[in-house]
Design a protein. Structure first.
Length: 71
């Protein structure tokens, strides 16, 4: 692995050497991987609403439920 000047910016360093490895990104960003995969689950939709409700809302947010399809 090729090391560059620590004073150079990340963008400059990778512009010359290519993409950083996962380990390099983790070290630079101070990222940690969760020990429990359940920590990755989001809580963005109420449990009492069905997937159909979610899909209907998604279509509405994206503008698919317009009466004039040409609009």
């Amino acid at each position: 692995m090729q090391r560059s000047d620590p004073d150079s910016s990340t963008g400059e360093r990778y512009a010359r050497s290519g993409h950083p490895s996962i380990d390099e990104l983790v070290a630079e960003q101070g990222t940690r991987f969760p020990a429990d995969p359940a920590d990755l689950l989001g809580d963005f939709w109420p449990e009492e609403e069905s997937i159909e409700d979610f899909l209907n809302a998604l279509h509405e947010w994206r503008g698919h439920n317009k009466s004039d399809r040409a609009a």
